[in-house]
Design a protein around this ligand. Sequence first.
Ligand SMILES: [Cu+2]
Length: 465
Amino acid sequence: MTVEEKGGVSRRAVLTRSGLATGTAALALGLTPSAAAASPPLTSPAFTGGRFARERCRPACRTRDYQPVVVPNGTKCPWKIVGGAKVFHLVCEEFEHEFAPGLTATCWGYNRQVNGPVLEMVEGDRVRVYVTNRLPEATTVHWHGFLLPNGMDGVGGLTQKTIAPGETYLYEFVVAQSGTLLYHSHHDEMTQMALGLTGMVVVHPRGKKATVDRDFALLLHEWRIDPGASRPDPNEMTEFNVLTINGRCFPGTAPLVAKTGQRVRLRLGNLGAMDHHPFHVHGHFFTVTETDGGAIPASAQAPETTVLVGVGQTRTVELVTQLPGDWAMHCHMTHHVMNQMGHGLPNMIGVDAAKLDARLQPLLPGYMTMGHNGMGDMASMPMGVPANSIPMVGTRGKHDVITMGGMFTVLKVRDRLESYQDPGWYENPPGTLASVASGADLQRDGIDPAAPAQVAPGEVGGLGV
Ligand SMILES: [Cu+2]
């Protein structure tokens, strides 16, 4: 049986088809086949990296060539220059990671970081990234969104042999674009990304001055860690209970600090398994300036307060800080701002639990049915929880308990700052804080708290009423 009879492709067939394909592509470009043949093929090293490869750029250095990105709760991968190339080293291994005080798990990551360290590059840099595998199984690294030679794309089996435990592989390419990109395992993806083998790459444009005052990298991720468990569960498909920004869930997330009137860039990426995250910023509007595919023309940018960051996407937004304060920033899916909340609970809202409690307390001293007045109180009550878990654990804010966890952090804007360290809670100027209405307020505006709620005429009823 020949190769073609088995459904494979013979060498002759490949030659014939590639010849046809070259001619078709050349016609589409308005070239004759002979002119196309004179151009360097797309796979030649001379083409890869675009004009930057031909120009042989010097490696860009931070103080001179770009404004470094800030990674709240995270780090950046160190690099060195060797022979005109920027050299990074990623080590894949297992280690203990703290998601927030009270919750740690055994994760897989790069350079003992979840998410991995941000790789910071500049358009035109020739980069060499060494990847050492200290995991118990093979892995690869995929350079998500990069324009690079096929063999550097990092898809196990398809574009390279996998990196066996103990091996060190080298990825080398010229960075042909700028923007916010990603890197992650592309072998046994379900397991390896669920355990943490994900990271962000920030590529600064070459030869351009910084256009923002603060530049933050925020990688979103989701995990299933059962209360008391010591490892994330990579088999989970729907019920994720730990939602993170740069590997941390609130109250473990560091605030983002900026001065009033500064232009702030947020580079948001999502390498979670299944969920998209509508990321919302309070007190501001922003514009989406870039995706992982490149810059969005100014004419196509619109003001937004929430941006949907889909799985496998980056969205870069820019805002100008408006008013000082502690402004919430979070995923707007309400189950994504919770920590290890069980979702299989019976609905107790509105249940009169007094009789139930009276009957159960002789059997279970101190028993109290929870959730019948909503879940908010749970965050403020001392509850016995399994070791190494933070279900329904709130944190004390300046004014009261903050009931949120998960994919939540705070943008702290101040008129004056000594540094970009956490400035503490915002002091609200007099007259700018919601508080209990005084008798004088109620009297002035004719508000009776005991009166039936008012409904404007014409706004009740429906079809046929
Ligand atoms: Cu979300």
